[in-house]
Design a binder for this molecule. Structure first.
Ligand SMILES: Cc1cc2nc3c(=O)[nH]c(=O)nc-3n(C[C@H](O)[C@H](O)[C@H](O)COP(=O)(O)OP(=O)(O)OC[C@H]3O[C@@H](n4cnc5c(N)ncnc54)[C@H](O)[C@@H]3O)c2cc1C
Length: 507
């Protein structure tokens, strides 16, 4: 595969084969689309790893208004209220859509959907499948639906390295596979490339997800939003290699407790205890670790021999690391888990660059504000994909010709960036470390080396974290520990403004 593919008919190109990308493609059917995914479907996508489920107000005691209120409370004053209302209202229809595509959610003996409860939800509203294997089941069903839809062409093992722009609009996609480089002319591109966990040393995400979509969008000229808001999950399995397996909040929901090596409870004096908000628990675990302790999640009394029946995926991950959670406390640590920020998009998923849409974790819709409510991200992926598809469908193809590309950027490598970003923009942040990070990342981001794109994204996150001189949701500054509740606006950054700010900081 090389040079320019002129015969593809300028169909929309969807980059990413997780739930957001596949749902966009299905919703656009029978209109022809191309889906590009750098790894085979069902691999290297957070979607396939989602455990808890998808939040939707479908229970008899629930309604979208309650779901909306919980979402706003978690977002700590920074959600876009109208966006949050739209997503939460669309929850029940999203479940219907997934059922239509063949997803087999867990049901009770009478056939009603079983609903789980997660932290900060006022009602049981987490729709799940095979216990803690929800993402895998959704991806199974969507992949099968995509494979039997003739209008969808899926190209696996194809990595997008650049978006082409001509006259201020998207004109093509520059991608690379084992057969070489290819330029796909198109004026309609949907980015559905997932999160940024792979930019950190410790993450629950597939390591190959390190914000490539953000780099593609920023370099093409689109604005990014809310970049400083990264959610660190407090209980990743601190054993068994990278990425770290997730030990879901639901385990604490069943009564498991956080202890240290002396068996002292570490959340005993914290309001909310073991089920306090995710960022509160993450900071407590982090502080205990940095004080030289070890932290464990002890489910031996609460679940004991029932552990594997309740949490088969987690039990398997523990067994692989040589731990039996029925009889032994599970070693845990915080890990980068979810990015609330992303490509700034409007309610149709349109970015600030003509011809570029985004959905799923890579999109900054305004749904999550400073902190994501558990299980709202799969909802965002499904509902956001629908909005994007509807918008793409009514946008006629443009006639811009992409320029012939001079050279193809090397495959990105985030290795150098991980320790820099982890030190500066982890669970606890402060000015000196962030400024050091900016100074180290600026020359890397401007180079033509494999580190350039990951460094650029890490740089933009560091600049955004420096600019927010308060603590809010997933963003905690030890030098500004209080929330500035008067601040309610979302903050966007472009490549140009981030580089300018970085040069001033590094001077
Ligand atoms: C362990 C774990 C558990 C979770 N549990 C839950 C849960 O219970 N409920 C919930 O709501 N959320 C959960 N989340 C979050 C949720 O899974 C994700 O936010 C969501 O699945 C993201 O979907 P997506 O389609 O946007 O991206 P992904 O599913 O991550 O897919 C990204 C796709 O983009 C492709 N890609 C990336 N870069 C390129 C490129 N340059 N070129 C071509 N392709 C590219 C990847 O190969 C992949 O196909 C969990 C996340 C993790 C990691």
């Amino acid at each position: 595969m090389n040079a320019m593919l002129r015969d593809i008919g300028r169909v929309p190109v969807i980059i990413g084969g997780g739930i957001a990308g596949l749902m966009t493609a299905l919703r656009l059917a029978p209109r022809p689309v191309i889906v590009l995914a750098k790894a085979p479907l069902q691999t290297e996508a957070s979607s396939a790893w989602a455990q808890g489920g998808i939040a939707a107000a479908v229970g008899p005691d629930d309604n979208p208004g309650l779901h909306f209120a919980d979402t706003l409370a978690a977002g700590d004053g920074l959600c876009d209220a109208e966006v949050a209302r739209g997503f939460t209202s669309a929850g029940p229809a999203a479940i219907e859509t997934l059922l239509h595509y063949g997803v087999r959610f867990d049901r009770d003996a009478a056939g009603a959907l079983l609903l789980g409860l997660e932290a900060a939800h006022a009602r049981r509203r987490i729709v799940h499948a095979t216990g803690d294997g929800t993402g895998k089941e959704i991806m199974r069903a969507l992949t099968a639906a995509v494979r039997r839809t003739p209008s969808i062409t899926v190209l696996e093992g194809v990595e997008v390295r650049r978006l082409m722009v001509a006259d201020g609009t998207v004109s093509g996609v520059l991608a690379v596979s084992t057969s070489g480089a290819v330029l796909l002319p198109t004026s309609r591109v949907v980015l559905a490339t997932g999160g940024i966990g792979g930019l950190f040393l410790h993450t629950t995400n597939p390591r190959g997800l390190f914000g490539q979509g953000l780099a593609l969008a920023a370099r093409a000229g689109a604005a990014l939003a809310d970049l400083e808001f990264v959610q660190f999950h407090p209980t990743a399995l601190a054993a068994g290699g990278h990425p770290l397996a997730l030990v879901s909040e639901a385990v604490r929901g069943e009564g498991a407790i956080l202890i240290d090596e002396t068996r002292a409870r570490i959340m005993a004096d914290v309001p909310g205890g073991d089920l306090a908000a995710r960022d509160v628990v993450a900071r407590a675990v982090w502080r205990h670790l940095t004080a030289g302790h070890r932290v464990f999640l002890d489910a031996t009394a609460a679940l004991g021999a029932n552990f594997a029946r309740h949490f088969p995926v987690i039990a398997t991950a523990c067994a692989a690391a040589g731990i039996d959670p029925a009889t032994q406390p599970i070693p845990v640590r915080p890990a980068a888990h979810y990015h609330m920020g992303g490509i700034a998009v409007d309610r149709q998923g349109r970015s600030t660059l003509l011809g570029l849409w985004a959905c799923g974790e890579v999109a900054g819709t305004g749904l999550h504000g400073a902190n994501r409510l558990a299980s709202n991200s799969l909802l965002e992926a499904v509902v956001g994909a629908g909005a994007v598809a509807d918008s793409v469908a009514v946008t006629p193809p443009g006639r811009n010709e992409p320029q012939i590309f001079a050279g193809v950027p090397a495959a990105a490598d985030p290795e150098t960036v991980r320790p820099i970003l982890s030190r500066a923009a982890g669970v606890v942040r402060e000015r000196d470390a962030l400024e050091t990070s900016v100074a180290a990342l600026l020359p890397l981001a401007g180079s033509d080396k494999p580190v350039a794109d990951p460094a650029l994204v890490a740089l933009m996150i560091s600049v955004a974290a420096l600019r927010r001189r308060e603590s809010r949701g997933g963003h905690f500054r030890s030098d500004f520990p209080l929330s500035d509740v008067a601040t309610t606006e979302r903050r966007t950054l472009t490549l140009a403004t981030a580089l300018q700010a970085a040069r001033e900081i590094a001077r």
